[in-house]
Design a protein around this ligand. Structure first.
Ligand SMILES: NC(=O)c1ccc[n+]([C@@H]2O[C@H](COP(=O)([O-])OP(=O)(O)OC[C@H]3O[C@@H](n4cnc5c(N)ncnc54)[C@H](O)[C@@H]3O)[C@@H](O)[C@H]2O)c1
Ligand SMILES: [Zn+2]
Length: 307
């Protein structure tokens, strides 16, 4: 098992740099902003985060573990098979819906749940892929997760009865799987086209984001006036890099996350409010005329001052 050190070690929840009213006024119109989101956007939809205050210590799946042998693959797919219905049933919450109405310049999400798209946001870059897609590691064919789920159910008709635990009592983890150790004997489904290994089309720890996807996200940052970061600890470098990139190019960075982040020192404005409440305040300000409407005239403009 690779050792994953805690990139947030020693960091504490910061105090806000300004009141939310001041931050919302400084934001002005949503069209100026590319929004980078993380697991905190989806906690209100019932999908746990990794590093929130209530999150137990997690050992996220690494690609090295996934590829290390049949037992590990059985383990992953058994846990994922049990957790899929919970993930599949998750619906966009008020925060996703507010972002869809606000229509920012674009959204880059580290989430793999697809809830921004379900809420109607566009464009959205799924930096770490999508859990509802499965990819063949040999031929690259993509499969719908529901199809894979049906085949896993067919291949493992007695797995649930043999478990002797109620699936409802098993805790769902952030990756859409469950905490379960008794996974021996679970049969996996291989690619019907070439017999290759199937893996969820998500970027695991130890993998890189495909270059073309990263470039698309960089373009979204470059073509916006500023970067608004919401509900992410920025513990993962593939997210933090956009914050550093924005700062390097003189773009303002606003962070709204209810916990410490690895990018706090780069933020011009820092709020620790829950994202749903913050977005509601932004919408209220737009309606009340203290900021601008989507597509309207930029009034407050983009902040330039550092904290
Ligand atoms: N929903 C998902 O798809 C999902 C869920 C968990 C993890 N992941 C994956 O794991 C990685 C986790 O990194 P991350 O930074 O996104 O998550 P993280 O768990 O490291 O950080 C989430 C942060 O958001 C805060 N938070 C939680 N709910 C909030 C709310 N309602 N309002 C404001 N802040 C809130 C937490 O306190 C924490 O600081 C990602 O790369 C992602 O691929 C995905
Ligand atoms: Zn294949």
């Amino acid at each position: 098992m690779p050792i994953i050190t805690d990139p947030l070690r020693g960091r504490v929840r910061p105090t806000p740099s300004h009141s939310d009213e001041e931050i919302v006024r400084a934001l002005g119109g949503p069209r100026d902003w590319t929004v980078l989101t993380g697991a905190g956007l989806s906690t209100d939809s019932g999908i746990p985060d990794y590093r929130g205050p209530a999150a137990p210590p997690r050992r996220p799946m690494t690609v090295q573990t996934f590829l290390s042998g049949p037992a590990q693959r059985s383990r992953y797919w058994a846990r994922s098979w049990l957790g899929w219905s919970h993930m599949d049933m998750a619906r966009p919450n008020a925060g996703h819906r507010a972002l869809a109405r606000l229509q920012p310049h674009g959204i880059i999400t580290q989430n793999v749940d697809g809830l921004h798209e379900d809420a109607g946001s566009d464009p959205v870059i799924d930096l770490h892929g999508r859990l509802n897609r499965v990819i063949c590691l040999q031929c690259g064919e993509l499969y719908d997760r529901d199809l894979v789920q049906a085949h896993l159910t067919r291949l493992n008709p007695d797995f649930l009865t043999d478990l002797e635990v109620d699936p409802a009592d098993i805790e769902t983890a952030p990756d859409g799987d469950v905490d379960l150790e008794a996974t021996a004997g679970f049969r996996v489904w291989d690619c019907p086209a070439c017999g290759g290994l199937l893996k969820p089309d998500v970027v695991y720890f130890g993998e890189s984001v495909p270059a073309v996807r990263t470039q698309g996200a960089v373009d979204l940052v470059d073509s916006a006036s500023g970067l608004l970061v919401m509900g992410t600890s920025l513990a993962v470098m593939s997210g933090l890099r956009f914050v550093k990139h924005a700062r390097k190019h003189g773009k303002p960075v606003v962070i709204v996350t209810d916990g410490p982040t690895r990018g706090d020192e780069y933020a011009d404005y820092r709020s620790v409010t829950r994202v749903g409440d913050f977005l509601a305040a932004w919408e209220r300000a737009l309606l009340g005329g203290t900021a601008t409407v989507p597509g309207g005239v930029v009034s407050g403009g983009v902040p330039t001052a550092a904290v």
